[in-house]
Design a protein around this ligand. Structure first.
Ligand SMILES: NC(=O)c1ccc[n+]([C@@H]2O[C@H](COP(=O)([O-])OP(=O)(O)OC[C@H]3O[C@@H](n4cnc5c(N)ncnc54)[C@H](O)[C@@H]3O)[C@@H](O)[C@H]2O)c1
Length: 380
């Protein structure tokens, strides 16, 4: 990058901190401001890391600071209004997923980015893992022959007890979908990216395991909550899991299992592409490995290392094999790729644009409708 990029992060909870670390790993960047409505949280983070300013209001920060990019890392309900504010200030925007609560909102954001001519990205970080890139490269370069089917699972346990409760259960904050929008959007993006095809229709069954949950006084951020003694019983209106069949443009079928209530499975996202010459399997908890499954000879386990992978993937690897690259490296790649795309239009296929984020919202809404009407729904 030609000049030092000045960045601000809004929301310094679980994922905001990861953005900060990732930005610091990108050359020619400086985080100049933190915005968090919890004043002390923002201020103490800024002072700990030597960040020049902290604010409780995004608008104030934009009016007083010169920034090139704003990272939006707040709960889902704020993505639309905050992205709109950033765009209207003529500043580039990098937003956490899901892009919005509804496809209507995301459509409006796409319109605004065109009107104000700013760059836009959504953090669907798994596509920036080196081995996911290798899978796509093999598909695009025809090393993996005809695609027969795709299987994907994203299984977690952080919400498995009936007293696990945070903003993700409040439809005002999370939107009409929880699990499908939260982790399903990662699966949809990864499958579309590897296959280089869009998901065109879905049949979804959504599952809610507890009709009510105990909402207690709580402290902390996602994955690090502690709870008080007293609770109220709250009705649950969004899903803990989903079983989805999807179809790609070519008609190839994709089977997707999602759960946030399955004990012992932490962040277990795996995806298998079955091709006519071999299969490719990737598991994000062993993110530096790609298993090439063979029929008549032994399987191959590729380690992430520049010398084993395709030329167009090498830039996603920063360590030699055995020094396992993983989740945090993919976030760094996701952010750095976006920064590079600010000056290089050829990278637009590499980043998740607001158009892509909008299409993901349409897939989420198609799943919700399919579940209600018990039928296939086209993504339009
Ligand atoms: N890409 C990923 O893998 C990934 C992982 C986790 C979360 N996320 C996404 O990131 C977003 C945030 O999730 P999280 O887990 O970090 O939540 P969190 O609750 O840990 O953090 C949210 C932060 O936003 C702050 N905040 C809330 N309202 C605000 C406001 N009005 N102004 C400024 N700050 C405000 C909170 O104080 C908190 O610090 C969600 O949309 C989630 O879907 C993405």
């Amino acid at each position: 990058m030609k000049k030092t990029l000045k960045c601000a992060i809004v929301g310094i909870g679980f994922i905001g901190k990861q953005h900060y670390e990732a930005i610091r790993r990108c050359p020619n960047t400086e985080v100049v401001s933190i915005v968090d409505y919890k004043e002390e949280r923002g201020r103490s983070f800024a002072s700990q890391y030597g960040i020049a300013s902290s604010y409780t209001s995004l608008e104030d920060m934009l009016n007083e600071q010169e920034v090139d990019v704003v990272h939006i890392c707040t709960p889902n309900n704020l993505h639309y209004s905050m992205a709109k504010t950033v765009i209207e200030h003529g500043v580039h925007v990098f937003c956490e997923k899901p892009l919005s609560l509804t496809a209507k909102e995301s459509e409006e954001l796409v319109r605004l980015t065109n009107k104000y001519n700013v760059k836009h990205g959504v953090n669907l970080n798994y596509r920036s893992n080196a081995m996911v890139r290798e899978m796509r490269s093999r598909v695009i370069n025809n090393h993996a022959e005809d695609l027969l089917m795709v299987h994907a699972n994203y299984i977690q346990d952080w919400l498995m007890f009936d007293d696990d409760y945070d903003w993700h259960f409040d439809p005002e904050l999370v939107g009409p979908s929880r699990t499908v929008a939260d982790i399903g959007s990662h699966v949809f993006d990864t499958v579309q990216f590897i296959s280089n095809q869009k998901i065109k229709r879905v049949f979804a069954k959504l599952l809610t395991v507890y009709p009510t949950r105990k909402k207690r006084e709580q402290f902390g951020e996602t994955f690090a909550l502690t709870y008080g003694e007293n609770f109220e019983e709250v009705e649950i209106v969004n899903e803990d899991g989903a079983m989805i069949i999807a179809e790609l443009e070519s008609g190839v079928s994709v089977s997707i299992n999602l759960s946030q209530v399955t004990g012992g499975h932490k962040n277990a996202f795996d995806v298998t592409f079955s091709h006519s010459n071999y299969s490719m399997s990737w598991n994000q908890e062993r993110a530096d490995r790609l298993v090439i499954g063979k029929r008549n000879e032994g399987n191959e386990e590729l380690y992430a290392d520049a010398k084993y992978l395709s030329d167009d993937v090498k830039r996603f690897i920063s360590l030699p094999n055995g020094h396992a690259v993983g989740w945090a490296d993919a976030i760094k790649n996701s952010i750095y790729e976006f920064y590079l795309s600010l000056e290089d239009d050829t990278l637009v296929d590499s980043v998740v644009t607001f158009e892509d984020g909008h299409y993901l919202m349409k897939i989420v809404e198609a799943c919700l409708l399919s579940n209600i009407e018990n039928r296939w729904v086209d993504v339009e």
